[in-house]
Design a protein. Structure first.
Length: 475
């Protein structure tokens, strides 16, 4: 491109789509030719110990789809591999860009990265524009009457809904300005091996990736959203949307989902909208209280006397605790990168309240395994379950894993999907297999303690110990 023609750069991050994309819209509407770029950022990738990471593969497929879509429009996606802090300013200068556009990211490391990029761009006299895109309301848009961030979800939700109107749900019509995309020949796309990663079982799991995968899943969910409220807590049912990885990586815009839920109405859609509001709530909390990344939201619970038994933690990670619903949930996570939301609460509560293991251990394990891992939501969910966060599960209310199992997987269908050792266990005992009499174990061909673990703790004893631990910390 001739040097005398000013251009812009649109930096894609957790927004891997072309339609209803705030930063792309603003870049295109400015009228200068727009170059699109994505960086496989070594600042993030180098920290991933498992080189068969489903997230990296999901991103790779989604990036490839964006690149192909841009090439059909006569442009391309510049796909780089290295430090985004260095590569974005370098590319902008190389292209002769007047401005770089991207969408806000609210995680502390991302904020620090963007500050470095902004400083380097400013030194080159290149503007840096950032837009709200991954949430409906961000930062200071929903505050208390006293101008403070909310610390309880329900008042936040009420204020969120009161503020909501058509303006906040309106799509950014990027397609009107696609003719402002910079003409570029197709660029190279590094494969997973070049990025230092290996293929996972995403193909075997038939995981729909990219913009097209998100559209397919959304259409499927729309047809059953009326049943969401009744079905969402039962892991054996197809009750949830399965859109969380797509929300995480922005292959579908949050505005489209919130718009559909808001205008559809009814218990199912409104319950789902409430879940979307939780996402905004946790992003707001992380932005205003970045200390929660490594500390309890409530300082008094930073000093809890955790037992942190490494053998118990290993058993929890492997799905070998002897509590069948907990084990099924952990095995689902390990095998698929997904865990049903009800089971996230059950397994987290079990780690903290039954095993007395620091919630941060579990949070880190989920961060390694979840395909939809999002720092704000993962941290918020763990601190809720651990009773250390704002608007948390009260510490004196402790999930009984057997009761949860009987209530939400009454026939054991989900359990048997991931704990096949219990195939021949009578239905009556599938939620607490250690209660199966020894004679019955022999008849069924399953010996507790050999074929399937005995429970590593007694829930009643563990509950009493946890209550005392929290009572001491509470003063």
């Amino acid at each position: 491109m001739p040097e005398n023609i000013p251009v812009s750069v649109c930096w894609f991050r957790r927004d891997l789509r072309l339609h209803d994309h705030a930063a792309l819209y603003h870049a295109l509407k400015a009228g200068r030719p727009v170059h699109c770029v994505f960086v496989f950022d070594t600042g993030i990738l180098d920290a991933l110990a498992d080189k068969a990471d489903r997230r990296v593969e999901f991103i790779w497929h989604s990036v490839r789809e964006v690149k192909q879509a841009l090439e059909q429009l006569g442009s391309t996606l510049h796909v780089l591999h290295g430090s985004a802090r260095q590569l974005i300013p370098q590319l902008a200068a190389q292209l002769g860009a007047q401005a770089v556009y991207c969408n806000h990211d609210y995680e502390p490391d991302a904020i620090a990265r963007d500050a470095t990029v902004a400083e380097q761009l400013a030194a080159r006299n290149i503007d840096f524009h950032r837009s709200k895109d991954q949430v409906i309301f961000e930062r200071d848009e929903v505050l208390t009457g006293g101008g403070k961030p909310y610390a309880v979800f329900t008042p936040y939700k009420n204020a969120w809904l009161k503020k909501l109107d058509d303006f906040y749900l309106r799509a950014y019509p990027t397609e009107r300005y696609f003719d402002h995309l910079a003409s570029s020949p197709p660029g190279a796309l590094p494969d997973l091996a070049e990025l230092g990663f290996q293929p996972t079982n995403l193909r075997e799991l038939a995981m729909p990736c990219g913009m097209s995968g998100a559209a397919t899943l959304f259409a499927d969910f729309v047809a059953r959203i009326d049943r969401y409220q009744q079905a969402r807590d039962f892991p054996a049912l197809k009750g949830v949307s399965y859109l969380s990885p797509h929300l995480r990586f922005g292959t579908i815009p949050i505005r489209a989902l919130a718009r559909h839920a808001h205008y559809t109405g009814g218990p199912g859609a409104q319950t789902w909208l409430s879940e979307l509001i939780w996402r905004d709530f946790y992003q707001m909390l992380l932005y205003h209280h970045p200390h929660v990344v490594n500390h309890a939201y409530k300082p008094q619970f930073d000093g809890l006397a955790w037992g942190n038994n490494p053998d118990w933690f290993a058993a929890w990670c492997a799905g070998r605790t002897g509590y069948s619903l907990v084990d099924a949930g952990m095995r689902q996570l390990n095998q698929t990168g997904f865990m049903h939301n009800r089971l996230r609460m059950v397994t987290a509560s079990f780690l903290v309240k039954d095993l007395q293991i620091d919630w941060r251990w579990g949070e880190r394990y989920f961060a390694q395994k979840l395909l939809d891992f999002d720092l704000a939501s993962n941290n918020g969910g763990w601190q809720w379950a651990a009773s250390t966060g704002c608007d948390a599960q009260p510490w004196f209310r402790i999930f009984n894993p057997v009761t949860q199992s009987k209530r939400f997987d009454p026939q054991g269908k989900f359990i048997l999907r991931y704990v096949p050792e219990l195939d021949h266990c009578p239905d009556k005992f599938i939620h607490a297999p250690w209660l199966l009499p020894r004679s019955e174990q022999l008849r069924c061909g399953i010996e507790i303690g050999r074929d399937y673990p005995a429970p590593i703790v007694d829930h009643a004893v563990a509950r009493a110990k946890t209550l005392e631990m929290f009572k001491r910390a509470s003063g």
